[in-house]
Design a protein around this ligand. Structure first.
Ligand code: URA
Length: 198
């Protein structure tokens, strides 16, 4: 199956994901699942937490206030958003933007695992604590987990079935939505990604 077809299969399954505790809300609100967006051959894959209201309304990841910050950070390092792939662990919006529960992460994670295997990125940039914890544990780096305030901007390397992957934990862009003074430190962390774009 082509990458496109495999991704489309994930999309179709998510549209029909009645096992999800968010399914009924999504349908009654007229929301969409947020699958992910960008190049299926991306070298860098960004993984956030879960869609917010803007994302669920449009079906596009990071298209609201946090997305504006993400765009600013990408443009700071001269990377076109179309060249990367952006997604979340949880693909439907948790009510009132609450944090996803461990059971919800577990339920949606197999879709993310499949997306990682389709894209086979060189770099996985995790956005926020939930994504960092899931990805590091999933790729066998659970014993190297630190708090996000220690781990942000570091590079962890791991071997996978499709080759070496660099995991770069980053703060969630929402940090700079709530506190603009954090933007320079987020920009500095993003600069680490530049060397992987060559
Ligand atoms: N926050 C996330 O973690 N993901 C989005 O898509 C939007 C906001």
């Amino acid at each position: 199956m082509s990458k496109f077809d495999e991704m489309k299969k994930i999309r179709d399954e998510l549209f029909d994901f009645k096992e999800s505790p968010f399914y009924e809300d999504r349908v009654s609100e007229g929301y969409f699942p947020v699958i992910g967006e960008g190049s299926h051959d991306a070298k860098i894959m960004f993984i956030g937490e879960a869609p917010g209201a803007n994302e669920a309304k449009t079906g596009r990841p990071f298209c609201g206030a946090s997305g504006k910050v993400l765009d600013e950070l990408l443009s700071h390092i001269g990377v076109d958003r179309k060249a990367v792939y952006v997604t979340n662990i949880v693909k439907d919006r948790p009510p009132n933007n609450r944090d996803p529960k461990p059971s919800e992460i577990e339920l949606y994670a197999p879709f993310l695992d499949r997306q990682i295997n389709i894209i086979q990125p060189n770099v996985i940039a995790t956005l926020g604590r939930f994504s960092m914890e899931y990805v590091m544990k999933r790729l066998g780096l659970g014993d190297q987990l630190e708090t996000i305030s220690n781990a942000h901007g570091k590079v962890f390397e791991v071997k996978t079935d499709f080759g070496a992957v660099h995991i770069v934990p980053l703060y969630h862009p929402a940090v700079a939505v709530y506190n603009r003074t954090q933007l320079p430190s987020l920009k500095k962390d993003f600069e680490i990604l530049k060397k992987f774009m060559k």
